[in-house]
Design a protein around this ligand. Structure first.
Ligand SMILES: [Zn+2]
Length: 129
């Protein structure tokens, strides 16, 4: 964790992955050549009823072997997702005890987004059974 601050809409926590080397998803070559850095904003579990947003600084690497540019992977946040995995699990539990509509309104998550999260976890859980 780098720093945290209180915003008008919640709690902001700035984090950065400390690894300086990443494996290329295209060819498997390990590289430490940083291309640039991007900041991803993702929502995480609330602290003291305050919504929490993680500002994750993600390094993008250029592979030495195949020259592709790729982002460092994050264990708890899949690419293109604006919520951490544990936050999605939490939303799923809430929907189980309520309705998607109710949870969407209470937690200010767009209905279609929440619906997608809910059904993706529900189908994952169905496979585990
Ligand atoms: Zn590569």
């Amino acid at each position: 964790m780098i720093k945290h601050e209180l915003l008008s809409y919640g709690y902001a926590i700035h984090v950065e992955k400390t690894e300086t080397q990443e494996r290329c998803p295209h060819c498997g070559f390990a590289t430490s050549s940083v291309h640039d850095r991007r900041t991803r904003k993702v929502r995480d579990l609330a602290i003291f009823h305050q919504p929490v947003y993680l500002f994750v600084k993600v390094k993008r690497y250029r592979c030495w072997n195949c020259s592709q540019v790729f982002s460092a992977s994050l264990e708890s946040i899949p690419p293109n997702q604006h919520y951490t995995n544990r936050f999605c699990e939490y939303l799923y539990e809430l929907c189980e005890g309520s309705t998607i509509q109710e949870v969407s309104r209470k937690h200010r998550i767009p209905y279609t987004t929440l619906e997608r999260i809910y059904y993706s976890i529900a189908s994952k859980k169905a496979k585990e059974r």
